[in-house]
Design a protein around this ligand. Structure first.
Ligand code: GDP
Ligand code: MN
Length: 383
């Protein structure tokens, strides 16, 4: 991260824009939310938060997607909390679940095994589908076809600083492709072979790193195995070539000269340029990863998939670290921490929005309970 943040990437705006400029035309962008009806409460929380801290000024549209149908309550309630246009869409079976070339019986056995081994979400078929959807399909959904940019939103997240500029326009202005707020280490047991396939992709396509790949690579921890070709397990590309339908068991200790350090951009927040996902290079990457069966036989998350694709295809200058965004998802958060602003009198919030009184009270309580963070001056009205 240090590599990205200091050398190649600066914060777009320091502190608050006192007069929020909404006179520029909006970017061609939308919030994208994948959710189920039962997650309505969590989605409301997220929508309230992004509306309060950003979208009440900008009114960007939302696209809600679901592998099932959203019910009328979900739609009505969401429309009540959003200040931009809203569309609801269904994710069809061609983007969800098993592709035709996978034997569901084998995949289900693989998933059950991961459940038994207590791999996080490993036993949940739907979670595997979700990760594969976010890895290779969301950007092809018909409701996203008209958009060039997306901002991913999940249930039960929280923004706690005001975002007083348009991050899409800033990404465009600075020629960025992919933005993140948090980078963490993946649970190794969810991705034992992901890196072998990702590096196979690089090899097969003669891709040389533009400097980002190194963010995901550890110096090799053990000496390469002795040159004994008869004993060597086949390379991933050889397996795929010989039988693209097979779901190979691969020796997880076999490394082709590099190893994955498990680092990845946490994809529950993302602001990204959709044309990158839609590029032939990304599509080839997804296709190769998908053909390995790793979305089923292992529990590859879309976060390490996006990150390794970025590592292979992008340069540090293409990435933006939104260190000024206060963002929390479950137990992990990023806090830009701007204590000075917290000491100024609280301004009356939400007067110009359609949101209700209940939200104002909830957020005020949240603010009261917030520990004063260390200051570093980049965030805006964080609480
Ligand atoms: P976590 O953040 O990794 O703990 O996983 P989540 O449960 O938050 O799932 C990630 C995203 O996918 C969230 O936006 C969920 O609402 C969504 N999601 C997960 N599983 C399903 C599913 O089976 N159907 C639908 N429609 N959405 C799902
Ligand atoms: Mn989540």
């Amino acid at each position: 991260i240090r590599k990205i943040s200091e050398e190649h990437d600066k914060v777009f705006v320091t502190g608050c824009e006192e007069n929020i400029d909404t006179s520029q035309p909006r970017a061609n962008a939308a919030f994208v939310v994948l959710a189920r009806n039962k997650e309505l409460e969590g989605v409301i929380q997220s929508v309230k938060s992004i509306e309060r801290h950003f979208n009440r000024w900008y009114h960007y549209p939302y696209v809600f997607l679901n592998d099932g149908d959203f019910n009328q309550t979900f739609k009505d309630v969401i429309r009540n909390y959003t200040s931009g246009p809203v569309e609801f869409g269904r994710v069809g079976p061609e983007m969800w679940g098993y592709p035709e070339w996978i034997d569901p019986k084998i995949a289900k056995e693989g998933i059950a095994k991961q459940g038994d081994a207590a791999v996080m979400y490993g036993g949940l078929e739907s979670y595997h589908s979700m990760c594969r959807f976010y890895s290779g399909f969301f950007y092809k959904h018909p409701l996203l076809a008209k958009y060039e940019w997306y901002w991913r939103l999940e249930p039960e997240i929280k923004y706690f600083c005001d975002i007083t500029y348009d991050p899409f326009l800033k990404m465009i202005e600075h020629n960025k492709t992919y933005g993140f707020t948090i980078a963490v280490k993946e649970l190794r047991e969810t991705v034992p072979n992901i890196f072998r396939y990702a590096s196979a992709y690089k090899r097969v396509n003669n891709i040389t790193s533009q400097g980002l790949w190194e963010m995901f690579v550890d110096p090799i921890e053990k000496p390469a195995p002795a040159e004994d070709t008869s004993q060597k397990p086949p390379l991933p590309e050889e397996i795929l070539r010989s039988d693209p339908k097979s779901l190979p068991e691969i020796d997880p200790d076999a490394m082709e000269g590099e190893s994955y350090n498990m680092c990845h951009f946490w994809s529950n927040f993302e602001i990204a340029r959709l044309s990158w996902f839609r590029s032939k290079e990304y599509e080839d990457f997804f296709e190769m990863m998908d053909r390995s069966g790793g979305f089923w036989m292992e529990r590859w998350g879309d976060a390490p998939i996006h990150s390794l694709a970025a590592g292979a295809l992008l340069a540090p200058r293409d990435i933006h670290y939104f260190r000024d965004f206060g963002y929390r998802h479950t137990t992990i958060q990023h806090c830009p921490a701007n204590a000075p602003v917290r000491q100024s009198p609280r301004e009356p919030y939400l007067e110009k929005t359609t949101l209700d009184e209940k939200l104002r009270i909830e957020e005020d309580e949240y603010w009261e309970n917030w520990d004063t963070p260390k200051e570093n001056g980049v965030g805006c009205r964080c609480r």
